[in-house]
Write a protein that binds this ligand. Structure first.
Ligand code: ACO
Length: 444
């Protein structure tokens, strides 16, 4: 079903009324629908053409490209201007001066913590980083080459069996405990799924370290009695975690909200979010960027590659975004973090290729006229590779911080009196009222 033309008839009688008048040409009836916050209510559309026998009009919107599913006060994005704010604070300021745990507090609680609130929050998260030994056994049961995202989503789902009280989602104290546990245990589970593929022993958390230092310790510690990560690396990871903490109603957040709308426990809802993020259209683009850069190989090959993109032979991965029609604000910050990481790890020669691609594309009419700018994935793969992560781990590194955003959105959902169980309509296109012939008759 293609999209039909929408005719605009300009009429002089402009009023300041915040309403929409619709005439149903099937019947000649006119309807006046309220406009609130730039939206009309689908339930009001449902009143158009509704009679005793006939259902009213519905909207058809595969992929929810123009449907607001919720009111939300968590994250603001203005894609045309390249603005991203968490609870009203610009991402640039948070990445520059905050920590991931402070940002997680902000997302979950809606405001920045006082000193006491901050210290209590960090203490709680730090002391919930360990997981039950049986969960470790469960993870050890995976095949030697299990994908870390598959391990992560299964182990997060399994957490619900360790905390059955989590299903009591109406109790704010119970909710708080599960939120703390999830944010605290994600790095442990993520790091263990990384170690598993390498056949290395799982490393227990070190509660003397910060959130990102502890994660690096669980990833890379070997026989040393105390792992001391390079502060430039833990800072870069902190920045990456802040940038990935939330991004309003994207595919995985929508999955968390949709599954959460059945009032299931938050572990199950978050594992649905991880499953959504696992897909290549959502969490996998930075891996594709890396593959593309490796294929281009040197700066000299960039002009020919760009020509190929302009001829429609391929896409410039890491460029363009459904929402941002300007430089993705996260890409600017990541570019800076890339330089900091390379100071420690040595420069990845592919950086030169990436910079040349960006330079040429930003000046080229093809990209300028289509408003194609670097997105968050353009540089993040380079950082992750420099930190020695295999591509399968890239999405795990996304899921860990995004858990804070998923939980902030889940909390909003649970407390929102307007939310109902998510249950879209369909346009049925199949057969009707066929007569069933038993198998014995059909096959004889
Ligand atoms: N390279 C070349 N041309 C592009 C690119 C690109 N990366 N992205 C869009 N275009 C072109 C399209 O061919 C189209 O041109 P046309 O008007 O001549 O047909 C025009 O720009 C509009 O593109 P759409 O595909 O309609 O834009 P949409 O908003 O649907 O797609 C998307 C956004 C999927 C991100 C796209 O830009 C893309 O594929 N980018 C590369 C993959 C990527 O980096 N994804 C990560 C996104 S960020 C994230 O998910 C965390």
């Amino acid at each position: 079903m293609g999209s039909a033309t929408v005719f605009r008839h300009r009429r002089p009688n402009v009023t300041q009324k915040q309403t929409l008048t619709v005439r149903d040409n099937r019947t000649g009836d006119e309807y006046e629908l309220d406009i609130t916050d730039g939206t009309i209510r689908a339930s009001d559309v449902g009143k158009i053409g509704k009679t005793g026998e006939e259902p009213g009009l519905a909207v058809y919107d595969p992929g929810f490209t123009n449907t607001a599913s919720t009111r939300s006060a968590v994250t603001y994005i203005d894609g045309d201007r390249g603005i991203l704010e968490y609870r009203g604070y610009p991402i640039e300021q948070l990445a520059e001066s905050s920590t991931f745990l402070e940002v997680a507090y902000l997302l979950i609680h809606g405001e920045l913590p006082t000193k006491e609130q901050h210290d209590q929050w960090v203490h709680e998260i730090t002391f919930h980083t360990f997981v039950h030994e049986n969960l470790k056994s469960l993870m050890q049961g995976f095949r030697y080459d299990a994908h870390p995202m598959g391990m992560l989503l299964s182990s997060v789902g399994a957490l619900s069996t360790f905390y059955p009280e989590a299903r009591n989602i109406k109790d704010p104290q119970v909710r708080h405990e599960q939120i703390v546990r999830l944010i605290a245990k994600m790095p442990t589970l993520g790091a263990w799924s990384f170690r598993h593929a390498q056949g290395k022993p799982y490393v227990y958390p070190d509660n003397d370290l910060t959130y990102t230092e502890n994660f690096l310790s669980m990833l890379f510690r070997m026989s040393e009695s105390k792992y001391e990560p390079d502060p430039r690396l833990s800072k870069a990871l902190e920045v990456l975690f802040i940038l990935h903490a939330d991004h309003e109603q994207n595919c995985s957040t929508n999955a968390v909200r949709s599954v959460g709308s059945s009032q299931v426990d938050p572990y199950s809802a978050v594992s649905a979010g991880i499953a959504a993020l696992y897909g290549p259209l959502h969490g996998g683009a930075n891996e594709a960027v890396l593959r593309m850069l490796k294929r281009i190989k040197t700066k000299d090959n960039v002009p020919a590659f760009i020509e190929g993109v302009k001829n429609g032979d391929e896409r410039l991965m890491g460029f363009g975004h459904r929402v941002y029609k300007n430089y993705d604000p996260r890409a600017k910050i990541i570019k800076k973090a890339t330089e900091d990481v390379f100071e420690v790890t040595g420069v990845n020669p592919l950086l030169e290729v990436a910079q040349e691609l960006e330079k040429i594309a930003l000046e080229d009419e093809y990209f300028v006229s289509r408003k194609l700018y670097p997105n968050v994935d353009f540089y993040s793969g380079l950082i992750y590779e420099a930190l020695q992560f295999p591509p399968e781990m890239f999405t795990v590194l996304f899921a860990i911080p995004r858990t804070a955003g998923w939980l902030a959105q889940w909390l909003e959902l649970v407390d929102d009196p307007e939310q109902k169980i998510a249950r879209p309509k369909q346009i049925y296109t199949g057969e009707r009222q066929l007569d069933f012939i038993p198998a014995a008759q059909r096959w004889s």
